[in-house]
Design a protein around this ligand. Structure first.
Ligand code: F6P
Length: 336
């Protein structure tokens, strides 16, 4: 007979992302509605190490679907990277009687979950883990989409639209840095959506003259007198890029680093809906005794994948989007 999970833990770990709360809510409501006890682990993996938890019921997740951030708090745990940290975490799992954990976060969160599950198995304790991808970077190999990306794009677009008003009035060049330490998805999607003059991303080797100066020149020749350069955090420092634009073009750029504002705010419809479906699916996986999985999206469908394989999957960067950006960035009348 299949073993039925009785009590699961849910946690959020790594950088927060709008929609994490909707995922927590879906996990709790699906579990409790199916007769499975649910414990909220606070402050990411540190919560398991330090026995920092809260019992959850359906009403403890009321009125959070529309809130950014995460009600469970989050952290990046150095201690959990060490076997000794995970041993403490396992002691908490044993004490609380947890037989499953839903970990909401990025790649690092999933790596931690897998290490914990393996260590538990080696100690003769069965602990199934399921990951839900949530990061504004959209950089998880196995999933086409990660919770928080849509909201972060919309936040960045709203800020850049405001910036454009003043840049246009003063006929200036704007260099805007968006988040994405290792990935340029946010920069690229935002760049297309705001009609940027140029976008710099870590996945594309930068030739300053070709990728910035020449694009500004082309825009100027087409009649534009303001320029919007979008830089992914991992592609270089916006301040340095602004300085170099000044040296090489004589323009007087203004630099804006959007920073953590991109991680906050009311989650969009897409993030709430995706998070709700992923949270439901994660609990279903555990209840159907499919552990060590990552819930992911594939062409809009929700699937669950083996966690080890999911972690080994890399994302092919959508360079075709770069071509779209190039084709659309300059108009004859100088507009965006
Ligand atoms: O969550 C991903 C991310 O927002 C990256 O885009 C960014 O580089 C990083 O987190 C910032 O991390 P922290 O909040 O620790 O400064």
């Amino acid at each position: 007979m299949e073993r039925q999970v009785k009590r699961i833990g849910v946690l959020t770990s790594g950088g927060d992302a709008p929609g994490m709360n909707a995922a927590v809510r879906a996990v709790v409501r699906t579990a409790v509605g199916s007769g499975v006890d649910c414990i909220g682990i606070r402050r990411g993996w540190n919560g398991l190490i330090n026995s920092d938890f809260v019992h959850m019921d359906t009403s403890s997740v009321s009125h959070i679907i529309d809130k950014g951030g995460t009600m469970l708090y989050t952290a990046r745990s150095e201690e959990f990277r060490e076997e000794s940290g995970r041993t403490k975490a396992l002691a908490t799992c044993k004490l609380l009687g947890l037989d499953g954990i839903v970990a909401i976060g990025g790649d690092g969160t999933f790596r931690g979950a897998l290490a914990l599950s393996r260590q538990a198995a080696a100690a003769g304790h069965s602990l199934q883990v399921v990951g839900i991808p949530a990061t504004i970077d959209n950089d998880i190999g196995c999933s086409h989409y990660t919770i928080g990306f849509d909201t972060a794009c919309n936040t960045a677009i709203e800020c850049i639209d405001k910036l454009r008003d003043t840049m246009q009035s003063h006929e200036r060049c704007s260099v805007v840095e968006v988040m994405g330490r290792h990935a340029g998805y946010l920069a690229l999607y935002v760049g297309i959506a705001v009609g940027a003059t140029a976008v710099l991303i870590p996945e594309h080797e930068i030739d300053f003259d070709r990728d910035i100066v020449e694009k500004i020149r082309r825009a100027r020749l087409a009649g534009t007198t303001h320029y919007m350069i979008v830089v992914a955090e991992g592609a270089g420092s916006a301040l340095e890029i602004g300085k170099r634009i000044r040296e090489e073009t004589g323009l007087d750029p203004r630099v804006t680093v959007l920073g953590h504002i991109q991680r906050g705010g009311t989650p969009s419809a897409r993030d709430r809906e995706t998070a709700s479906r992923m949270g439901y699916e994660a609990v279903m996986s555990l209840m159907e005794n499919r552990g060590n999985r990552v819930v992911a999206t594939r062409d809009g469908r929700i699937v669950d994948l083996d966690m080890e394989q999911a972690l080994a999957t890399t994302k092919t960067f959508e360079m075709d989007r770069y071509q779209v950006l190039e084709a659309l960035s300059v108009s004859r009348d100088g507009g965006i």
